[in-house]
Design a protein around this ligand. Structure first.
Ligand code: ZN
Length: 174
């Protein structure tokens, strides 16, 4: 951002309690992480892009938060393995995401792992996109509703496992 950027950029967030709550939720997470991390430029860029998306677009908020969490984990060094099964290295039938092994697992290996979450093909592509996309295009995609549910679960559990902390989404006003 250049220094002339007006504060009005996040205008909508000040007029919408729901958007404000999502924004304060992600701020809470970032606040914890920046103290002990040196990727602060990338984190700040992600934070601004996320708040911008919450503020200025109608993108599904659960999806925005899930993207934010997964991307944040990869910025701070917990990039999941998304190219092959973390166990047998197969590139086929990647039907699960393993929380404990930090990456994808094929159908067979997933049977031995209690921490796996089953994923649809749309979710598989979404996870790859979230990890690989250029920062500016991070929020430029959409997925079916069932994928949003899967991404929401994976990003939540994965982040909690890596940060060893849980973040409850509290409604400030309901
Ligand atoms: Zn496997």
């Amino acid at each position: 951002m250049n220094s002339c950027e007006p504060i009005e950029v996040f205008y909508n967030i000040r007029t919408d309690i729901d958007k404000l709550q999502y924004a304060s939720y992600i701020l809470k997470i970032v606040e914890d992480i920046t103290n002990e991390n040196d990727s602060s430029y990338n984190i700040l860029q992600l934070l601004l892009n996320t708040i911008y998306t919450i503020s200025e677009t109608e993108m599904n908020k659960d999806l925005v938060i899930a993207i934010f969490k997964l991307r944040l984990m990869s910025i701070i060094g917990f990039t999941p393995n998304i190219t092959e099964c973390v166990n047998c290295h197969s590139k086929e039938n990647l039907t699960h995401f393993s929380i404990k092994s930090s990456g994808l697992k094929c159908e067979i290996c997933a049977k031995q792992d209690k921490s796996v979450i089953s994923i649809s093909e749309a979710t598989l592509y979404a996870i790859k996109y979230i990890i690989m996309a250029p920062a500016k295009k991070l929020f430029s995609f959409n997925v079916p509703d069932e994928s949003i549910e899967e991404l929401k679960l994976i990003s939540k559990v994965y982040m909690e496992e890596k940060l060893e902390k849980s973040y409850k989404f509290d409604k400030i006003f309901s």
